[in-house]
Design a binder for this molecule. Sequence first.
Ligand code: RUB
Length: 309
Amino acid sequence: MATHGRVEATAAAIRSMEIRGAAKIGLSAARALADHVQTCEGTPGRVLRDARRAARLLDQARPTAVALHNSLGWVLAAMAEESTVPAMKKAARQAAALVAVDMKAARAAIAVHGAKLLRQGDVVLTHCNSTTVLGILEQAAHSGKDVEVIATETRPFGQGLLTVKGLRAAGIECALIVDSAVQHVLATRDVDLVLVGADTVARDGCLVNKIGTAGVAALAKANDVPFYSAAGVHKFSRRDSDDVVIEERPVREVADPRKLPAGVRVFNPVFDRTMPEQIAGYVTERGLASPRKAAERSLASLPPEDAWQ
Ligand code: RUB
């Protein structure tokens, strides 16, 4: 069996969140799998089995974001089409490169469509840190629209700090708030829309995204502020929302266990589900679409599940 060194190192970096955010996770896993395949030896059947084992190891590194599963699935599906080992290795390399090209193109197209939602002077509230959302905000700035962004801190991991760093690097006005300030901010400031990324969009159009997203969406609805999510096809899943696994992360990310009184349990779910009724639309590479429509039309583009068997 070929060495799993690169695969294990990438899986470890994904687990520890050194590599984080759905798009980056998917891309780095696809690359690690394709690199691993180049080292595989044996019959075509053996190489495919080895690739599937490596893909499963990567896939398990974080269970929620489907971009990970889809990106690996595209590499496996391309390999399964071939009947010789050299052709499989080439197909793996090309599929991983295509994942990168497609993600980049999706980000660019979403940026253009999303920027159309924004008007001069708009105030946007965002949660967590999404490269796709940043792309939209940068595109709006690039096309001469001055927008202001209010970013939540995003407990417990603090991804909001990355968001405000990215915004300032692009010269965009922004403010940081604690997560619990969302209601007050929506009620007292003229927020025009909420825009977040996506970890998984389920087949019913439900959004699975960073913990707190569902609360932000409910508060947006209560304050008549439209709530949008930006999601390329790699974020869509065949699964129903209840079947999307919500990752639970270590207690120490929430509180130092040594400082907690004995007997206190800590729950650390890091994603939640926002129902389609709360979502004004998804900004996809094909434009703005309702949750059901966006989910429906992505299904044909997803990698086949039998690529894993
Ligand atoms: C990141 C997160 C992001 C999405 C979208 O969670 O919830 O909103 O992954 O990001 P974590 P992108 O920090 O736990 O990975 O648009 O960059 O794919």
